[in-house]
Design a protein around this ligand. Structure first.
Ligand SMILES: [Zn+2]
Length: 255
């Protein structure tokens, strides 16, 4: 069994064929999927999808790309809803915008506080901003956990993330040709600290690079990790599934 721990199935891209997408996921051993919210509308849609489909879970958060038009106010009433398993996607993105850094930071800090208060893990987005996000989390070391989703920094930072008690999210880019840094991370970080994800509809793995991504393709990420670590695909599935169950408390551990 595989768990896709990061998929935006609550976007336009799946509005016509979500049932087929879920069937293909099942056929490829992806039995549970975490649907990631980014703003109020997508948070609510993530929750309603999770209520409609057993295999889906939801997260609620304010993505750093949405901070200009969104506050964290609505989150408090959503975090206690059934099948909400984390706060996020939240974090800091200095690749697209630097001018609103202070706002990004304060909205991230608010979500760290919420995660502590409601004892939920964080799903963290960083881009060119690992250090900034790390510094926000450091004062809460031991009081909050989560995943650095779609990890995009180097091995040194991956080790710091693990030391902070966080997981490393690995997606499609691990299958790309120029993935030396990610390969080095997967080689050197214990599988106990790794989660597999797709970030659907973005970041489709080889051989689908550039196309719409979907949870079924998590299997390519799993296969690549097995190849890099020179272990069996079954072992990667078993450990990463256990990791997802532990972090997101999905219940009913089975593989
Ligand atoms: Zn995402």
């Amino acid at each position: 069994m595989i768990i896709d721990t990061h998929a935006h199935l609550n976007t336009e891209e799946y509005k016509d064929d979500l049932n087929e997408v879920l069937k293909r996921a099942q056929k490829n051993n992806v039995k549970k999927i975490i649907v990631i919210g980014m703003d109020e509308a997508s948070n609510e849609l993530a929750i309603s999808l999770a209520n409609e489909h057993d295999m889906l879970y939801a997260t609620v958060g304010v993505h750093p790309g949405y901070v200009d038009h969104e506050t964290t106010e609505h989150l408090e009433s959503l975090v206690t809803k059934k099948k909400v398993v984390a706060i996020g996607e939240c974090g800091i993105d200095l690749h697209w915008r630097q001018d609103n850094y202070d706002l990004q930071r304060s909205i991230f800090l608010e979500q760290i506080e919420l995660a502590k208060r409601f004892k939920l893990p964080l799903v963290i987005h960083t881009r060119s901003s690992f250090e900034e996000a790390y510094q926000c989390l450091l004062p809460s070391k031991g009081k909050v956990t989560g995943v650095f989703h779609c990890f995009s920094s180097d091995l040194k930072d991956a080790k710091r993330a693990v030391e902070l008690g966080f997981y490393i999210g690995i997606d499609g880019p691990i299958t790309f040709k120029k993935a030396e840094e990610l390969v080095e991370i997967v080689e050197n970080i214990d599988l106990k600290h790794i989660l597999v994800e797709t970030d659907s509809p973005y970041l489709a793995p080889m051989p689908f690079r550039g196309k719409r991504n979907e949870p079924a393709y998590t299997k390519y990420v799993v296969e690549k990790i097995a190849e890099i670590k020179k272990i069996s695909v079954a072992d990667v599935m078993k450990q990463t599934t256990e990791n997802a169950h532990v972090l997101f408390k999905l219940g009913g551990i089975s593989s």
